[in-house]
Write a protein that binds this ligand. Structure first.
Ligand SMILES: *[C@@H]1O[C@H](CO)[C@@H](O)[C@H](O)[C@H]1NC(C)=O
Ligand SMILES: *[C@@H]1O[C@H](CO)[C@@H](O)[C@H](O)[C@H]1NC(C)=O
Ligand SMILES: *[C@@H]1O[C@H](CO)[C@@H](O)[C@H](O)[C@H]1NC(C)=O
Ligand SMILES: *[C@@H]1O[C@H](CO)[C@@H](O)[C@H](O)[C@H]1NC(C)=O
Ligand SMILES: *[C@@H]1O[C@H](CO)[C@@H](O)[C@H](O)[C@H]1NC(C)=O
Ligand SMILES: *[C@@H]1O[C@H](CO)[C@@H](O)[C@H](O)[C@H]1NC(C)=O
Ligand SMILES: *[C@@H]1O[C@H](CO)[C@@H](O)[C@H](O)[C@H]1NC(C)=O
Ligand SMILES: *[C@@H]1O[C@H](CO)[C@@H](O)[C@H](O)[C@H]1NC(C)=O
Length: 514
């Protein structure tokens, strides 16, 4: 009896002290801090944190022109409020004042807050590469301080088997850019593609940009996807087989759980993504399902998590993977590039709405100190991505897609490929068009025989090929791991900025005109 009482008492004391220490914690969630950028109008920025159950929290945004107050109640140790839509600009101070049931008042403040567009940057090592690893690194680093209104934040590398509601650890708290912050090391904060994308956007938009990095080298898309995505796209028996990767986490959903799910409660403008290399030899042929399905799932989840402030169709930009292993004859890279577009070759398309893509197969770098899989030409990658954002997200009339066939006319001996826009025919890499005779093989098979199609003529928007074949043909372009040397593929936009993306059509007659 006595023992039972004593045990009960210990449990009671524990419960009281846990409750007590829990009640004392009053703060913002991990990713709110000094120097942050909050999402501007038309959305309202979501702010949340921890507090004592039953207490009221008053949030006040203090600025030169306006002061705004919002009240939230603490439930289950958390409070949350949506600020009214704010015009871009600042700075503001955000004060959170908690008055608990004893009348005890606590105040937390974050200062130098700007309103602007918040972009989340995800993916693997090519997104992780820093400004100290790119071409013209020292020049880029020395310029960083000039962009005071582009602010950066980085989530730490963490994995979890369950969905977390806050980041377990922050790698880089919200910071004003400097050479130290942006060039801290190799593959550690801060992402060069993310930074350059933000600063190119800033140059156009002239209002603050917030950049949130959450990425991990060597990772497969399955780690960043919720179980909903994997159930939809991957047969259960395939999920148990894991790829042979060294240092990266491999288990399904572990990075979704620890590095994406916690961020759902903040309001964001959109996402950029640079990933896929690790899926060239793992679940490659599910990527045409997993990637679009992950985009859909992130959109739905961010919309719900932010009390509908993040748009349910928010823009999603991505980099079509570059090239590695010069001599590889494998088709893993071209097939993955194709799957990145849901097998349509270009975006946005019917399956992948409100997306934009930076083609990078010609930004090769076999002298990169980090291996050819890590090209240093991140300025070009980010610039092409920015063109996509400017056109798709910000409504600017700027060209952002390379030439893609709009018509293929196959007559007796020649194939006329007409492009959707004027082209620059560079004349390099003349072997990039290939055909396959359907009278010899099934062109959709992995064993189909593809041969070089000779270019016999070209005009301002078309290319004529010889196709010595009596039956229908398959036709493909740039279907190589490493199709050309730096910026020397065959076909570009007339202004020489955007390369034609790779394509494959297994039966040309069937698609004669579209
Ligand atoms: C008031 O709350 C703070 C933090 O929540 C705590 O540190 C302090 O001890 C409390 N004071 C009283 C009088 O309860
Ligand atoms: C906002 O609040 C601060 C601090 O209470 C005060 O000094 C300032 O005058 C207020 N500004 C406006 C525009 O009301
Ligand atoms: C919190 O606000 C509600 C509604 O305004 C009020 O009824 C309640 O007494 C407040 N609680 C505390 C602890 O001040
Ligand atoms: C690197 O800097 C040089 C000299 O300023 C410039 O000509 C070149 O375009 C830059 N390269 C990149 C990739 O930014
Ligand atoms: C980054 O990588 C380069 C090339 O391998 C190396 O020279 C340099 O020391 C590395 N820097 C750091 C901070 O590790
Ligand atoms: C993805 O590609 C594979 C291989 O080409 C194909 O079998 C599959 O049907 C495609 N899936 C989708 C959803 O398009
Ligand atoms: C954050 O979003 C998740 C997912 O929608 C939700 O379950 C959770 O309650 C939200 N957290 C807060 C503090 O509102
Ligand atoms: C296809 O090419 C043939 C031969 O050059 C030409 O006569 C015909 O008009 C072309 N058809 C289309 C639809 O462009």
């Amino acid at each position: 009896m006595d023992l039972v009482w004593r045990c009960l008492c210990i449990i009671c004391t524990l419960a009281v002290s846990i409750r007590h220490s829990f009640e004392q914690k009053f703060d913002f969630a991990s990713y709110y801090g000094d120097y942050m950028v909050l999402q501007r109008e038309p959305a309202g920025a979501v702010i949340w944190g921890y507090g004592s159950n039953g207490a009221n929290v008053t949030l006040t945004l203090l600025g030169n022109v306006i002061n705004i107050s919002q009240i939230a109640q603490v439930v289950d140790g958390k409070w949350k409020a949506v600020l009214p839509p704010m015009k871009p600009g600042g700075p503001f101070t955000l004060a959170a004042r908690q008055e608990n049931t004893n009348g005890n008042v606590t105040v937390r403040k974050i200062t130098d807050i700007l309103f602007g567009d918040v972009w989340l940057c995800g993916g693997q090592s090519n997104m992780e590469m820093t400004l100290s690893q790119v071409i013209n690194s020292s020049e880029e680093l020395s310029q960083a301080v000039k962009f005071h209104d582009v602010r950066v934040f980085s989530a730490a590398l963490e994995q979890s088997e369950t969905e977390l509601y806050d980041l377990p650890r922050v790698l880089l708290p919200w910071s004003v850019p400097s050479a130290e912050v942006l060039g801290a090391g190799n593959f550690t904060y801060f992402s060069a593609v993310c930074w350059l994308f933000g600063r190119y956007l800033y140059a156009k938009l002239k209002y603050p940009i917030g950049l949130v990095e959450s990425c991990w080298g060597g990772t497969i898309i399955e780690t960043w996807s919720s179980p909903r995505v994997l159930q939809k796209c991957i047969p259960a028996r395939s999920l148990s087989r894991l790829p042979k990767v060294e240092a990266a986490p491999l288990q399904s959903s572990v990075l979704w759980n620890a590095m994406i799910h916690p961020l759902l409660n903040m309001t964001i403008k959109g996402v950029i993504w640079y990933q896929g290399e690790s899926n060239t030899d793992y679940h490659r042929d599910f990527y045409n399902c997993t990637f679009p399905a992950m985009i859909d799932d992130w959109r739905e989840s961010f919309h719900q998590g932010s009390m509908k402030q993040t748009a349910e169709d928010f823009p999603f930009g991505f980099v079509q993977i570059s090239s590695s292993e010069h001599l590889s004859k494998s088709e893993d890279y071209p097939i993955l590039r194709w799957h990145q577009t849901a097998d349509m070759g270009f975006v946005p398309n019917a399956r992948m709405k409100n997306t934009f893509m930076a083609v990078s197969l010609d930004l090769v770098d076999d002298r990169s100190p980090w291996g050819s899989i890590h090209p240093r030409y991140k300025q070009d990658v980010a610039f092409r991505l920015t063109l996509g954002a400017r056109a798709v997200v910000y409504g600017e009339k700027v060209s952002f897609q390379g030439p893609f066939p709009s018509k293929i006319n196959y007559t007796e001996k020649v194939v006329d490929v007409t492009f959707s826009q004027e082209i620059l025919y560079k004349g390099f890499s003349g072997d990039l068009f290939q055909f396959c005779c359907t009278d010899k093989t099934d062109c959709s098979s992995a064993y189909a025989a593809w041969e070089t199609a000779q270019v016999v003529d070209h005009s301002s928007n078309s290319v004529r090929l010889l196709a010595p074949c009596s039956n229908d043909i398959g036709l493909r372009y740039a279907w190589f791991n490493w199709p050309c040397s730096f910026k020397k593929c065959l076909i570009y936009s007339a202004d020489d900025i955007l390369p034609a993306p790779p394509f494959i059509f297994n039966r040309v007659r069937k698609y004669k005109i579209w």
